[in-house]
Ligand binder design. Structure first.
Ligand code: GDP
Ligand code: MG
Length: 163
């Protein structure tokens, strides 16, 4: 079957920005306000010679009548069962947060290959923040700048390695 990748992570780490870059269209809504992705968006992505379906998840902010943890768990579980590989983003500028660690715990429990991505890693500040990735316990992070298109070749090589 066609490869399917999911992009997961807490709100505002740049999931939709990465989705847009992989798909090459402004399909997902990007906003400075956390939680603007209303639903799951799927598109045909491309990275070097690799073609795949990719879906952008809302984080866990799209349903209001449930606990944050319940929403996060369901979305992550769906991403895990529906995908061949998960791109797990954290924000290198903000550093690793307790919510990132909660996502990481869910992902570590599954067998799905996970590529940890330190996004917003452009510049010195981003590179310093990306070094905190060890705390997540999912291996080395790929340093990305989804906004500026940096790190895409590393991302490609790491994905191919993990599949
Ligand atoms: P999502 O909630 O995880 O889908 O995050 P978005 O893609 O909506 O991005 C949240 C904010 O982070 C927006 O203001 C983006 O412009 C910004 N952003 C995304 N990627 C990068 C990046 O690589 N570097 C920087 N500095 N900002 C980014
Ligand atoms: Mg989004």
């Amino acid at each position: 079957h066609k490869l399917r990748f999911a992009i997961v992570g807490r709100p505002n780490v740049g999931k939709s920005t990465l989705f847009n870059r992989l798909v090459g269209k402004k399909l997902a809504l990007v906003d400075d306000t956390p939680g603007v992705t209303r639903d799951r968006r799927e598109g045909e992505g491309r990275l070097a010679s690799l073609q795949f379906s990719v879906f952008d998840t809302a984080g866990f902010e799209d349903v209001v009548d449930d606990s944050m943890e319940g929403r996060m768990r369901r979305q992550t579980e769906r991403a895990i069962t529906d995908s061949d590989l998960v791109l797990f983003l954290f924000d290198a500028r903000a550093g690793v947060t307790p919510l990132d660690l909660a996502f990481a715990r869910l992902l570590r429990k599954s067998d799905v290959p996970v590529v940890l991505c330190a996004n917003k890693a452009e510049g010195k500040e981003g590179q310093i923040g990306a070094a905190g990735a060890w705390e997540i316990g999912l291996g080395d992070a790929v340093l990305l700048s989804a906004e500026h298109g940096e790190g895409m070749l590393d991302l490609y090589e790491t994905i191919v390695d993990r599949l």
